[in-house]
Write a protein that binds this ligand. Structure first.
Ligand SMILES: C[S@@+](CC[C@H](N)C(=O)[O-])C[C@H]1O[C@@H](n2cnc3c(N)ncnc32)[C@H](O)[C@@H]1O
Length: 212
């Protein structure tokens, strides 16, 4: 098991300390991901890499990490921490929305671009994952797009976690998911995070709608 206190205290870029996930979120990731061992994963919003360390560690195949402001806003701390905890693992970085194709067992693909430009490309490339963590641009429209693509990139049986559940924009998104996304079931809820399991493909009629 990874020492959570050590990860939680990893250096943060100045003035970004409040961005990071809580200790309880880390505990949840540790407990869930160490059992689940996702084949592939996606994290949207890396910051100082506190959550990324655990997600990349427990992902067996490709970990996709997306953060457009990694070098400019976070002094590349996220990348440094990911490298430190994944010594010897191939880490590919790009600042372009190009898709890496790999047949290799374990790799980390870091995209220094906005999620809205890379998620549709991953979908187009038939990338599939078992775990997604959405913690990027917190405005409603951006989160909705992350969720829209994320839920399609997720395998049946996979988990999708949203951070900052008490933010007004996330409350709105949750309200949409809970009323309209009948194939997603809540499996965990804390003060900071909600996690849904994809129980089936999306079977709604094309004009299905419930007010939210
Ligand atoms: C709250 S922080 C993430 C915290 C991180 N998950 C942790 O473990 O501490 C939000 C992150 O989202 C990133 N971000 C902002 N806009 C984004 C976008 N359009 N696509 C992807 N990430 C974005 C920011 O650069 C920042 O690193």
């Amino acid at each position: 098991m990874i020492n959570l206190s050590e990860i939680f205290k990893l250096p943060a870029a100045p003035e970004t300390e409040e961005d990071k996930v809580s200790y309880n979120d880390l505990k949840f990731f540790q407990e869930t991901l160490s059992l689940m061992r996702p084949l592939n994963s996606i994290e949207i919003g890396c910051a100082n890499g506190i959550s990324s360390v655990l997600i990349t560690k427990y992902t067996r195949g490709t970990s996709v990490i997306i953060d457009p402001y990694q070098s400019y806003g976070y002094e590349s701390n996220g990348l440094k921490h990911i490298k430190k905890y994944n010594e010897g693992i191939l880490l590919k970085e790009t600042d372009k929305a190009e898709i890496f194709r790999s047949e290799v067992e374990k790799e980390i693909h870091f995209y220094e671009v906005k999620s809205e430009s890379i998620l549709p490309r991953l979908l187009d490339d038939n990338f599939k994952c078992d775990f997604i963590f959405i913690d990027g641009d917190h405005r409603f429209d951006a989160q909705f797009i992350d969720f829209f693509y994320g839920s399609k990139l997720l395998e049946v049986g996979g988990l999708i976690s949203l951070h900052d559940v008490k933010d007004p924009a996330t409350i709105k998104l949750r309200s949409f998911i809970d009323t309209n996304m009948l194939n997603l079931k809540i499996i965990a809820l804390s003060d900071t995070m909600i996690t849904y399991k994809k129980e089936s493909e999306d079977l709604r009629d094309y004009d299905f709608h419930k007010n939210f």
